[in-house]
Design a protein around this ligand. Structure first.
Ligand SMILES: N[C@@H](CCC(=O)N[C@@H](CS)C(=O)NCC(=O)O)C(=O)O
Length: 185
């Protein structure tokens, strides 16, 4: 069974969300980041930088949430049956974990980047429910997680100029796998 190493309120929630969407059985291993156990040798053998998330799929160990999403998509999403389909999903995962996150959260860039990024996403969601069409993929996990973190972390962030993005976030929040993974309980 896959082991998912994560902290409380950490980016491991993103991987948990995707594992639950895929209905893959997994064991959550709590790494207490407050205690510093993540910087001790046992955990450094899993993640050399002492961060979460990481997974162990049998003997195979992988860390960095985007890499884990790509691995799980490649291995378990049967609909991604061509290199090109997988590459488009990878593109969105990297976009979510770099361009989108940097643009929305960066104090220097967010004023310029927010309308540019959310404006385009809003026009995409005017005609489709998910990033690659009518079904959720790992692309939506990465991008949706960032859009959701914005609400949690930037007080008074206003999504109202982007009604299709708001509807998309709500669509993701309505999913049982999101609710059991990404909500603060
Ligand atoms: N880009 C990495 C970020 C990993 C990361 O910074 N994780 C945080 C928790 S969300 C962490 O492990 N912090 C503990 C520390 O830095 O000691 C990913 O997405 O996996």
């Amino acid at each position: 069974m896959i082991k998912l190493y994560g902290g409380v309120f950490s980016r491991a929630a993103i991987v948990k969300w995707y594992l639950e969407e895929l209905k893959i059985p997994y064991e959550f291993v709590l790494v207490d980041l407050q205690s510093g156990i993540n910087l001790q040798s046992d955990y450094l053998a899993i993640h050399p930088f002492g961060k979460v998330p990481a997974i162990a799929d049998g003997d195979f160990i992988l860390w960095e949430s985007g890499a884990i999403l790509i691995y799980l998509a490649q291995k378990y999403d049967r609909m991604l049956d061509t290199v090109e389909k997988q590459a488009i999903v990878n593109q969105w995962i990297l976009f979510g974990n770099s361009t989108l996150g940097d643009g929305l959260f960066s104090p220097q860039n967010s004023t310029k980047e927010t309308p540019r990024l959310l404006g385009k996403l809003d026009s995409i969601f005017a005609s489709q429910s998910y990033l690659t069409g009518d079904r959720l993929t790992a692309a939506d996990i990465a991008v949706g997680a960032v859009l959701n973190y914005v609400i949690m972390m930037i007080k008074d962030f206003d999504y109202s100029p982007y009604p299709n993005v708001s509807a998309y976030i709500q669509r993701l929040r309505d999913r049982p796998a999101f609710q059991s993974s990404m909500t603060l309980k």
